[in-house]
Write a protein that binds this ligand. Structure first.
Ligand SMILES: Nc1ncnc2c1ncn2[C@@H]1O[C@H](COP(=O)(O)OP(=O)(O)OP(=O)(O)O)[C@@H](O)[C@H]1O
Ligand SMILES: [Mg+2]
Length: 264
């Protein structure tokens, strides 16, 4: 529904117009790792209140792109603009304070902290204006409950959590940073179909509360169920960007990606 609202140019950033609702804009983003071009000249935009799916074969550059947006890796070339400001190459903590939080493809965290302490770290260090310890403790319980983390395990050490609990905890830690844009790297991988369905509902709820989402997933039923728009990467290049039904019917996408996987 959001895609039907036309963008109006309101500001000019080095030669391109920013649309009113475009919160994140990537221009010509490239990442060389050794001799390999992991991400090649990618342009994309994420609008306010949008859920965008990012898909592509293994090694396509999806995680690298999220790492560039979140400041974990600097790009070799190109520009990242967030809420009208150039954030290219800023450190991850600065970018987090500006409103971009991320979950990781491999769910791991400080093994000797409890789940509650992990979320408190997000609250205390992921926000420009950190709450006090007492408030952080109270809010961490609310966030853990929101992501359906089993509350009886709030005091359990992270090393003793199973993969589903770790995934929920990662999401809780990211939400604790109160992001305007949430980057999810394979959040539902490893979940059973019922858990994946719950995760899709939760992702939509998060968007409905005002957080835009860029989500990497391999499970096409999840991506189709959740995305307003889908972007496809292959060998670091963007090969498609459109509404879900357009993208899954795109011949190049079928040839390079969908034809190879048990997608649906
Ligand atoms: N730190 C690194 N050192 C060397 N090569 C790397 C590094 N990180 C990524 N690459 C390479 O960059 C390319 C893109 O990797 P990336 O992890 O971004 O892909 P992906 O699309 O997330 O894949 P997957 O679906 O398997 O998670 C791959 O060829 C990968 O081997
Ligand atoms: Mg990846």
């Amino acid at each position: 529904m959001f895609n039907s609202i036309p963008c109006q140019p309101i500001a000019q950033v080095t030669g391109i117009f920013l649309c009113e609702r475009e919160m994140l804009v990537l221009q010509g983003v490239t990442k060389q790792i050794g001799g390999l071009t992991a991400v090649s000249n990618v342009d994309l935009a994420i609008k306010t209140d949008e859920i965008v799916g990012l898909v592509g074969p293994n090694g396509a550059g999806k995680t690298t792109l999220l790492n560039i947006i979140s400041g974990i890796l600097p790009p070799t070339a190109g520009r990242v603009t967030f809420l009208g400001e150039d954030i290219t190459g800023l450190k991850a903590d600065r970018i987090c304070h500006r409103g971009i939080a991320k979950t990781f493809q491999i769910a791991k965290s400080f093994p000797d902290l409890s789940a509650e302490q992990c979320v408190m770290i997000g609250l205390l260090f992921g926000n420009k204006h950190a709450p006090g310890m007492h408030e952080a403790k109270k809010e961490s319980a609310i966030i853990l409950d929101e992501v359906n983390f089993p509350m009886e395990k709030a005091g359990t050490l992270i090393r003793n959590l199973n993969v589903v609990e770790l995934k929920r905890l990662q999401l809780a830690r990211a939400l604790a940073c109160h992001p305007k844009l949430l980057l999810l790297d394979e959040l539902t991988t490893g979940l059973n179909p019922k858990e994946s369905k719950e995760a899709v509902g939760l992702i939509k709820q998060i968007r409905d509360r005002g957080t835009s989402i860029l989500i990497i997933e391999h499970v096409m039923s999840v991506i189709m169920g959740v995305s307003d728009r889908i972007i496809v990467l292959d060998h670091g290049e963007k090969i498609a960007d459109g509404r879900p039904y357009e993208v899954v019917n795109n011949q190049r996408v079928i040839d390079t990606y969908l034809g190879d996987i048990d997608a649906f």
